[in-house]
Design a protein around this ligand. Structure first.
Ligand code: DAT
Length: 181
């Protein structure tokens, strides 16, 4: 089973994916690490401090890795804010966090103001959920992490994997925060 874990930077993808991978014994692919290790970028946006990822190279690399794993019988977690752009999936989890909460988490990470504002606006207008839904349709679930611990988020994802719970796109709405920051 291929599970994509996506969401705005700072929502908790890395934290949750690490815990989840341990719990369900999944093969974990961290896109940020992969991009660094395999040099899958064309340059660096100095102002924003982002790597400009070569998406074709990234998808080729993911195809290659996924092709070597028996994903009908094993779990593969692909984690990163670009993961939902990869077309192969059985399940897509978009982690969400309300912009007030997200701002706090980003400050803890020491990010600068423009980077925080850009990401908060992306979260307020549901960019990841929207893009994920366009590509993966009903496979996409959105989980609001605002007031739950990473361990609880892992529990909710396991419920979704088992088919016990569903969180369809549209269930989380932070539009009221738009323009507040
Ligand atoms: P991402 O990988 O999406 O960029 P992260 O896993 O690095 O995010 O988490 C960002 C920060 O937020 C980090 O300091 C841990 C914290 N965090 C993650 N999930 C959380 C949760 N559910 N509740 C509170 N804090 C959380």
């Amino acid at each position: 089973m291929i599970i994509l874990i996506t969401g705005t930077p700072g929502v908790g993808k890395t934290t949750v994916s690490g815990l989840l991978a341990e719990k369900i014994n999944a093969y974990l692919i961290d896109i940020n690490k992969l991009v660094d290790e395999k040099h899958l970028y064309t340059g660096i946006d100095e102002e924003k401090g982002y790597k400009i990822v070569n998406l074709d190279d990234l998808f080729n690399e993911l195809d290659h890795i996924v092709g070597e794993i028996d994903y009908l019988n094993e779990y593969i977690l692909i984690e990163g804010h670009l993961s939902h752009l990869f077309e192969k999936s059985d399940l897509v989890i978009v982690l969400r966090a309300n912009p007030d909460m997200l701002q706090g988490r980003m400050k803890t990470k020491g990010w600068n103001k423009p980077k925080i504002r850009e990401n908060i606006e992306a979260e307020a207008i549901d960019i990841c959920s929207y893009e994920a839904f366009e590509i993966h349709g009903d496979k996409v679930n959105e989980i609001d992490t605002s007031n739950v611990s990473p361990e609880e988020v892992v529990g909710l994802i396991i419920d979704v994997i088992k088919g016990d719970k569903k969180f369809p796109v549209g269930s989380v709405d932070f539009l009221e925060y738009l323009g507040k920051f």
